[in-house]
Design a protein around this ligand. Structure first.
Ligand code: AMP
Ligand code: MG
Length: 486
């Protein structure tokens, strides 16, 4: 089992050791011909890997689970979850494995996790596999989110397996190697709580505090501090999504992390023209996870999280419930504060502009963007040239008088265009570009994917010759549909 490929890295099994009730030892499928297709070299180096070795045949086996590095012991993690509001007591990694944790050079522990590595006891009839295009999609969008400084799991590599996966037709199989500060979810706590085993729940909560909210350990009530910490990181996360127009698409409780990282890039997509009702996922018929509902969906998930912690919050049940309610009740204020701070930066407002004036500017802007179906990303980027004296980019997006009065009012606040250029991206994974890039990859040409990845991972500087990548979708594009479990 030993190989030079990860010899410099020390793997651990903290989750499996501390929470064996939630970890089923398991092995990946043996794949016929694993080959590394895309590798995040900077991330690999940051984790202590040698990118050259990761690209070798042994590296490809490590990245698909066939070669287990020394110290690691792969497990399928158990969890429960509310999916579209309906509770499933037994979900878990149906097509993924936690290979182990590794210690970053800066001391933090991260998970190496493989998605598409074959069926586990949680596969529920699924094939346990993943097709190439959706794994490349997760790679692209999660790396774009990271470049936008939005907390997220990272993509280390996409490795083709040499096996065929059957979806609507035959497709190349692939495994995504994912790095996360952990894979603990609200659903992990639902699993422990449903067992009615308070000792397990406490061990899970202690594990979560240790990994993600270490300050909570010293609090008077550590489990309340954990809850408050998760409410805070999630409120801040969802505000970041909203500010860039990111729609997760499947905000089930098993897809909400305790760390505050975005996880599970399935049907997610970025909004093009601003419309709060936007929903992309093919199965989201009621718009439960539409753009505008994301804060409410997050709050609902946090209430489910809080319920799991009741036995730990206080000996007296009524007291525990009121502590939980108060903590979840803090979500709205946290979310508003994070959103307003983010919007101030998007509008380039200095500290002398009162929050009320900033909120009023935003409140008057969004109805105009909606009415005129203005591209959200392009609009905000077009504001900095407007400060510098060139209104043409804004006017090409919102014609005539629609925005003129607003622009005058906003310019009177003396906005900082450099702050705006650092905040409002030029390049995001626009849906039409993502689809084109993935279609080319399926046809054997990785070029468009590589270029798009390059742009969205340096999203704040205009690149000459890449104007097409900064432009709104063509009028005839859409309606756009995305899918789960692909
Ligand atoms: P997701 O929508 O990716 O959060 O997945 C929800 C659940 O379905 C998780 O337990 C996944 O592991 C499982 N799952 C998704 N796709 C597959 C598949 N092709 N085979 C087995 N399990 C799957
Ligand atoms: Mg999931």
């Amino acid at each position: 089992m030993s190989s030079a490929v990860a010899s410099a890295i020390t793997f651990d099994t903290v989750f499996a050791r501390e929470l064996p009730e939630m970890a089923i030892p398991w092995r990946a499928e043996e794949f016929p011909a694993p080959e590394v297709l895309v590798l995040g070299e900077a991330l690999a180096l940051d984790l202590g890997f040698d990118p050259g070795q990761l690209r070798s045949p042994d590296g490809a086996r490590l990245l698909t689970g066939g070669l287990v590095p020394a110290g690691a012991a792969p497990v399928a993690q158990a969890y429960s979850g509310h999916q579209f509001g309906w509770y499933s007591p037994r979900l878990g990694d149906g097509r993924a494995l936690l290979i182990g944790e590794l210690r970053r050079p800066d001391g933090g522990l991260v998970d190496l996790h493989l998605k598409g590595s074959g069926p586990t006891p949680f596969a529920r009839g699924g094939d346990g596999l993943a097709a190439l295009a959706p794994m490349l999609r997760e790679y692209l969008i999660s790396e774009a989110m990271h470049a936008l400084t939005i907390p997220t799991t990272r993509a280390l590599a996409v490795t083709t397996t040499g096996a065929t996966v059957h979806r609507s037709g035959p497709q190349s199989g692939a495994v995504l190697a994912r790095i996360a500060s952990s894979h603990l979810r609200v659903g992990s706590f639902q699993f422990a709580a449903a067992k009615g085993d308070t000792a397990l729940l406490r061990r899970l909560a202690d594990h979560a505090i240790d990994r993600h909210h270490p300050d909570a350990a010293a609090a008077k009530n550590p489990y309340l501090a954990l809850l408050t910490g998760v409410v805070r990181v999630q409120a801040e996360l969802i505000a970041r999504w909203m500010l860039v127009g990111f729609i997760h698409g499947v905000m089930n409780t098993d897809n909400m992390t305790i760390s505050g990282q975005t996880i599970d890039y399935g049907p997610c997509a970025f909004m093009d023209a601003f419309d709060p009702a936007t929903v992309f996922s093919s199965i989201d018929e009621t718009g439960r996870y539409s753009y505008r509902n994301q804060p409410v969906a997050a709050e609902w998930n946090l209430a489910r999280f809080a319920e799991t912690l009741i036995p730990l919050l206080a000996d007296d049940q009524d007291e525990a419930v009121s502590l939980a309610e108060a903590a979840v009740g803090g979500f709205r204020q946290r979310y508003s504060a994070a959103w307003t701070a983010g919007m101030r930066a998007k509008l380039g407002l200095s500290g002398t502009v009162p929050d009320e004036a900033a909120s009023a500017l935003a409140a008057d802007l969004f109805p105009v963007l909606e009415e005129h179906a203005v591209d959200l990303t392009s609009f905000f980027r077009a504001l900095s040239p407007a400060v510098r004296g060139d209104d043409a980019p804004v006017r090409s997006l919102v014609g005539g008088r629609a925005v003129a009065e607003w622009l005058d009012r906003w310019k009177a606040t003396d906005p900082d265009p450099d702050l705006m250029d650092r905040t409002n991206p030029v390049y995001i994974p626009r849906n039409h570009l993502v689809e084109d890039a993935l279609a080319a990859t399926t046809a054997g040409d990785l070029g468009p994917f590589t270029l798009l990845l390059d742009l969205v991972t340096s999203p704040y500087g205009e690149r000459p010759g890449c104007e097409r990548y900064a432009s709104p979708a063509p009028r005839d594009f859409g309606p756009y549909r995305t899918y789960c479990g692909t």
